[in-house]
Design a protein around this ligand. Structure first.
Ligand code: SF4
Length: 417
C-alpha cells in the first residue's frame, strides 16, 4: 500500500498478504499511516524478496523475448509517474497491441503492474479484441496467491475494456501455461476484496500475531517473535502450530500460560483421596518440555496437622472458568464505518446486530453482541442485505455452522479468562 494524492492505494500483493495474515496488513497499515508507532521491518526478508524477484526476472525475460519474436509487443516504459504509465497502458490497449509488457493500472483504491496483457479476439469496448492478463512465475504450479493477483488485474482490465476478461494465466517456470476462468473464482475474489477494504477502512485493527505459513518470509517476523517471547505463549514451543496450541489449550495445557505465582491449586494426597488442600503457587517453570509437554510448578502446601511427609505424591487440580461466546462463521461479519455487525434472521426479517470480535478460530469468530445460541445467521451475500429486509428461506442451510454456536473462546493470556 502507498499514499497517492490524498488517498491510499492498495496493490494485489497487499490483498495476498492480508489473506495470509491480517496482522501483517495491520502492521503495513501502521507503517504507512503512523510510521512513528510502527515496529522495525526485517531487512533480511526484504533482501530475500529481492533475490526471489531477481530469479524470476530471467523467466520473465524469456517470455518477453518469445512474445517480441511473435511481433507487436508494446513495452510500457518503467520511467514516468504511475498516471503516465497507466495512461500509456490504456492507449496501447485501444490501439490493439498484440501483447503489452509491464502494464500499469491506476484505479483507486487499487493500482498494480501486470507482467503481460495478451490480446484475445473477443470483442469489447476497445473493438473486436480484448485483453487477458498473464504473469510469469518460476513456480512449477500456480498458487492461490498468483490467481488472486491476476484476478485484481482482470478486474481493472475489465473496467477499461468494458468486459471482464474470461481467463487469467500463469506462465510457469516449466514453460507451461496454467489458465483459470474468472467465472469460477471471481465471486470468491470479490468477497476477499470487500473484506480487505473493510478491514483497512476500519483502521486495520484488532489483530494479533499468530504463527502461520506466511511467517517465514514475512518482514515483520522479528517483531512478532518479540511479541511471542514477551507474551510467553504456547506457540513458542518449537514446532507447535496455532491449531496444535489451541488443541492443547482445549486439553487443559493452557494452564501453562495461565498459572503463575500467587495462584491457588487444589492438591489431593494419593494416600488420602478424600482430602483436598489448597496450595499456593510460588514458582512456575518458564517452558514446557517438547517431548512430554510437562512443566514444573512449585507450590507451598500447608501442613497444619503435620501429616504430610517429604516424598509424598499428590493429584493437582487447577480450576479456571473459561469464557463461552457465540461463534459465528467469519464470512458473516460485515465491516462498516461504525465497526462490525452481522445479520440474523428473525421472524422473516434481516436484523442488523452490532458485534465486537474477541477472537478467531478455524474460520469462525467469537463475538460479543446480542446474539443467542441457534440464532440463524446470514453468511453469504451479506454486503447486499439491509436491516429490516424480508428474508425467505428457500432451502435449508447445508452447513450447521450457519447457526450461532456457543463455545469456549480462545483466550489471550490471563486477562482474557
Ligand atoms: S510474522 Fe507471521 S504473524 Fe507476524 S505479521 Fe508476519 S505473517 Fe503475521
Amino acid at each position: 500500500m502507498r499514499h497517492h494524492a490524498d488517498a491510499i492505494l492498495h496493490s494485489p500483493s497487499d490483498l495476498v498478504r492480508y489473506l495470509g495474515c491480517a496482522h501483517a496488513t495491520a502492521l503495513d497499515f501502521m507503517r504507512l499511516t503512523r510510521p512513528e508507532d510502527a515496529p522495525e521491518r526485517n531487512q533480511e526478508s526484504d533482501a530475500m524478496g529481492a533475490l526471489v524477484q531477481e530469479a524470476g526476472l530471467a523467466h520473465e525475460e524469456d517470455y518477453r523475448n518469445r512474445l517480441a519474436a511473435e511481433g507487436g509487443l508494446v513495452e510500457i516504459p518503467a520511467e514516468g509517474s504511475l498516471q503516465e504509465r497507466a495512461a500509456t497502458t490504456i492507449a496501447a490497449m485501444w490501439k490493439g497491441a498484440p501483447a503489452i509488457f509491464q502494464a500499469a493500472f491506476l484505479q483507486s483504491p487499487w493500482h498494480g503492474f501486470a507482467d503481460f496483457l495478451v490480446r484475445v479476439e473477443e470483442p469489447s469496448d476497445l473493438g473486436s479484441w480484448s485483453y487477458e492478463p498473464v504473469d510469469t512465475k518460476l513456480a512449477r504450479s500456480a498458487k492461490a496467491s498468483h490467481i488472486v493477483q491476476l484476478g485484481i488485474y482482470a478486474r481493472m482490465i475489465g473496467t477499461i475494456q468494458g468486459r471482464a476478461p474470461a481467463r487469467v494465466h500463469v506462465q510457469l517456470g516449466s514453460g507451461e501455461r496454467a489458465s483459470f476462468r474468472m467465472a469460477e473464482f471471481g465471486h470468491v475474489l470479490d468477497a476477499a476484496i470487500t473484506r480487505y477494504l473493510a478491514f483497512v477502512a476500519n483502521g486495520a485493527r484488532g489483530t494479533t500475531p499468530d504463527p502461520c505459513d506466511a511467517c517465514s518470509l514475512c518482514p515483520w517476523l522479528d517483531h512478532c517473535e518479540g511479541v511471542w517471547e514477551a507474551e510467553d505463549r504456547l506457540t513458542r514451543i518449537a514446532g507447535l502450530s496455532t491449531p496444535q496450541a489451541e488443541r492443547l489449550q482445549a486439553a487443559g495445557i493452557a494452564i501453562f500460560a495461565n498459572l503463575s505465582p500467587g495462584d491457588t491449586v487444589e492438591v489431593t494426597p494419593f494416600s488420602e483421596p478424600g482430602r483436598t488442600i489448597e496450595a499456593q503457587v510460588i514458582a512456575t517453570d518458564n517452558r514446557v518440555s517438547q517431548e512430554s509437554r510437562d512443566f514444573i510448578v512449585r507450590t507451598a502446601i500447608p501442613n497444619e496437622d503435620d501429616k504430610l511427609r517429604p516424598g509424598m505424591s499428590f493429584r493437582v487440580q487447577f480450576t479456571r472458568n473459561g469464557t463461552t461466546r457465540p461463534a459465528i462463521p467469519e464470512e458473516a461479519i460485515v465491516w462498516g464505518g461504525e465497526g462490525s455487525h452481522l445479520f440474523l434472521v428473525r421472524e422473516g426479517k434481516a436484523v442488523r446486530v452490532p458485534v465486537t470480535i474477541t477472537s478467531r478460530r478455524d474460520g469462525r469468530v467469537f463475538v460479543d453482541g446480542r446474539v443467542s445460541r441457534n440464532d440463524r445467521v446470514i453468511v453469504e451475500g451479506v454486503q447486499k442485505v439491509r436491516d429490516g429486509q424480508d428474508i425467505r428461506l428457500v432451502r435449508r442451510a447445508r452447513q450447521p455452522e450457519q447457526n450461532v454456536r456457543v463455545e469456549n473462546a480462545p483466550t489471550r493470556g490471563r486477562d482474557g479468562d
